[in-house]
Ligand binder design. Structure first.
Ligand SMILES: *Cc1c(COP(=O)(O)O)cnc(C)c1O
Length: 473
């Protein structure tokens, strides 16, 4: 047997064994000193080592220290466990190792299907070519915002690609106070300037205040700043809130704004029971970012950006030097004409495999299961005397606070809730993270794991109580 065959079979055993053992292990554990030194400071060996030895290192030094998101009691940030189908095909994508910049091969062709399936799942119109896979929603947002910038300046008769933003009046971006940081980061990166990223206030429900949006837009238009893009959220990180997308779409149309929707985490929430009306208007977006590596569990990395019109991103990004010109390309051209990446990984295989394995019904079941558990957790929190629910569970995120009876006033309660996530993580039986909501430290739990149960939610609350006792002892 060749080295690769023997080692690959062993790697498959290790992979399956690791995944099977995850639920019984700690969710997270601190990295030991010796292993930390190995992970961060080892020297490049002069002589190469056999494949089997590398596997031993991975087994002993890498697999024992997961981030935690494979575990059914991981409730941190927005990180899912890997889908089995995605794990299965990841080595095959590596074995084929194409660049999905474009060309006539399975990698580039399958991306057409993967992107179309994502659009169909969330009910977004999909003319051929109107979307691509990215490293994540951060890059999807850069692609969307760059496309919007090009679109706005072309309409204004300004040649952005030739002269940059020089000589053009400032362009204003509107983002809610609960919008993801990647929106601001994209605006900064694209030279739009943080000063012109307007923070639109949210209502008590943490959704964008559309009346305030209109007021900000009118004030800018009257003050020499050109309003150009509004970014709404379909599922915020803090509370899972879905902005009033239809109203925002109306405002965008009235004021000639590009309408972008950040559905990185929450776009799939449209598939939950009764959720569709809350997402009305998402299908009116000019661009929609969503992350298959969030709710769907496609192994990292897999983001996606969808467009209403495929001509937009191509106008913003297409730059084909003679050595890349492909006379055989179809009318859509190459993916690399629609975004900043040239060599692109075969993300589509993991997305396709995950969706094929789940089927549409499986995706709906996953979204229903996790949103149902979030509602259950919200009810448990609401019923408990020592917890306070801060927002209804709109998608699969629950934002709450722990208020033990012996807490010594509001400042102590703030300090406790600030300290709790790390304290819970260290105990290793559950993992959650914190955030700030209206300036106060709060706990938030995001449910994404298909195997999480109601019993796991009870463990989470008990772990928070135990960690609080430890912290105050
Ligand atoms: C995760 C997330 C992002 C950023 O996406 P990446 O895939 O991490 O780049 C943006 N918006 C929301 C709502 C998210 O949950």
């Amino acid at each position: 047997m060749s080295d690769l065959r023997r080692s690959a079979l062993a790697a498959a055993e290790t992979t399956a064994g690791h995944l099977a053992a995850v639920p019984a292990g700690p969710v997270w554990r601190p990295v030991g000193d010796d292993d930390r030194a190995w992970l961060t400071r080892q020297q490049l060996p002069a002589a190469g080592r056999p494949l089997d030895d590398l596997l031993t290192d991975v087994r002993e030094r890498v697999l024992p220290y997961p981030m935690g998101n494979g575990h059914p009691r991981f409730f941190g940030w927005v990180n899912s466990p890997p889908s089995p189908a995605g794990v299965l095909v990841a080595p095959l994508a590596a074995a084929l190792n194409p660049s999905c910049a474009g060309g006539d091969h399975a990698g580039a062709l399958l991306e057409r299907t993967a992107v179309r399936w994502l659009a169909e799942l969330v009910g977004f119109p999909h003319p051929p070519g109107a979307g691509l896979l990215t490293s994540g929603a951060s890059l999807a947002t850069v692609v969307a915002m760059a496309t919007a910038r090009q679109h706005a300046l072309r309409r204004a008769g300004h040649d952005l690609r030739e002269t940059g933003l020089y000589g053009h009046e400032p362009l204003a971006v509107y983002v809610s106070a609960e919008g993801h940081s990647c929106l601001r980061k994209a605006a900064e990166l694209l030279g739009l300037g943080n000063r012109y990223v307007r923070t639109v206030p949210v209502g008590p429900d943490h959704r964008m205040d559309t009346a305030a949006l209109r007021r900000l837009v009118l004030a800018d238009a009257a003050g020499g700043v050109r309003p150009f893009l509004v970014a709404a959220s379909a599922g915020t990180v803090n509370t899972g809130a879905v902005d009033p997308l239809d109203d925002i779409a109306d405002a965008a149309r009235e004021h000639g704004l590009w309408f972008h929707v950040d559905g990185a985490y929450g776009a799939l929430g449209v598939l939950a029971d009764g959720a569709r009306p809350r997402y009305a208007g998402m299908e009116r977006a000019d661009s929609l970012a969503l992350d298959p590596h969030k709710w769907l569990g496609v192994p990292v990395d897999a983001g996606c950006v969808l467009f209403r019109d495929p001509a937009g991103p191509r106008d913003a990004f297409s730059l084909v030097p003679p050595y890349l010109r492909d006379e055989g390309a179809d009318a859509l051209g190459w993916f690399s004409e629609y975004g900043p990446e040239q060599t692109r990984p075969f993300r589509a295989l993991r997305v396709w495999a995950t969706l094929s394995h789940l089927g549409r019904d499986g995706v709906v079941r996953l979204v229903r299961h996790t949103t149902g558990l979030a509602r259950t957790l919200a009810a448990m929190v609401g019923d408990a005397d020592d917890f306070e629910l801060l927002a209804p569970a709109a998608t699969s995120v629950v934002a709450f606070r722990h208020l033990p009876a012996d807490a010594a006033g509001p400042a102590a309660a703030d300090a406790l809730n600030d300290a709790l996530p790390a304290a819970v993580q260290r105990r290793g039986r559950a993992f959650l993270t914190g955030t700030r909501l209206s300036g106060r430290p709060v706990l938030r739990a995001c449910v994404l794991h298909p195997d999480t149960t109601e019993a796991d939610l009870g463990v989470l609350l008990d772990e928070i109580r135990a960690a609080a006792k430890e912290a105050t002892a």
